[in-house]
Design a protein around this ligand. Sequence first.
Ligand SMILES: [Mn+2]
Length: 330
Amino acid sequence: MNFEREFKHISQLIETSSRFVLLSHVHTDGDALGSLIALYHYLKNRGKEVFVCVPGKIPDKYSFLNTGQIVNLGSRAKQIAGIAKAEVVFILDISALKRLDIYYENVKNSSAVKVVIDHHPIEQGWTDVAVVNVERIATAELIFELFKFLQAEITFPIALALYTAILSDSGSFRFFKTDAFTFRMAAELVEAGVEPAKVYSLVFETAHTNQLRSWGTLLAHIKREEDRSWLIVSREFMRSNGLQLHEVDGLIDIIRRDEQANVFIVFVEKEADEILVGLRSKDSFDVGSTARAFGGGGHFHAAGFTSDHTLDETVIRTLNRIKADAGEKE
Ligand SMILES: [Mn+2]
């Protein structure tokens, strides 16, 4: 895919504007944060005024990217004012515009030029410029391509942010769509000073002992039917085991090791009527389409949605839908 036209347009926007806001999705992740922070440093290095707004909490483990000094600075009112005054808004790794969450209306109503950079299929609705390539493992790969076009200097903070992004979205260079581009980019970032073992540890070796014990209990209760494997995490379980919501992230990457299954689901009961559903698949089953049917988003092999039904109802509805999508009779 060739984004020369879009990159030229973005280059012009950067050349001629001074106030920027960078945003991404609620339930932030390494790719969203890494992409935002890399672009933040680039624009700052060019003397621009830049706000970075991320709905929701930023996981502590990403503090090594200096998120505390960069993301969500100042009051909410100040951030909203920043969005209203911005000349250019970048929306990164969003997958569905409504995942701008608390910022959705402000961004939509802003008079800024709106640029989307993403590796998810997205509805482009009210945005102005789109750099979307679903063949990339991470949004950060598209940011890196943009930097190449802009002949940006890849400083250490930029390299660290981009490396964190591709490392996390590729599951440490293992997932489908990790390719030669990913490795060439990684090599260049390592040449810029990134230490792979150190970043791996900061991103993936962050569990607490209690968390691992709780995972053991959950894993002992994996359900499997035909080629579907799933886990259910209730609020009661999290409460009685002292588990935080973010401490169940990563379970889905463990259950997908099951060679006897092809579709993997983790249901997390955040609230009685707010169930977070993570989906993965290994072969020809498109979980992105399943997630979109429930108002979520994602890729062919990795996707998710939020359900406002109860936990039990969500489990039944999701499994039925997957059976139907697979062409099975209920
Ligand atoms: Mn991503």
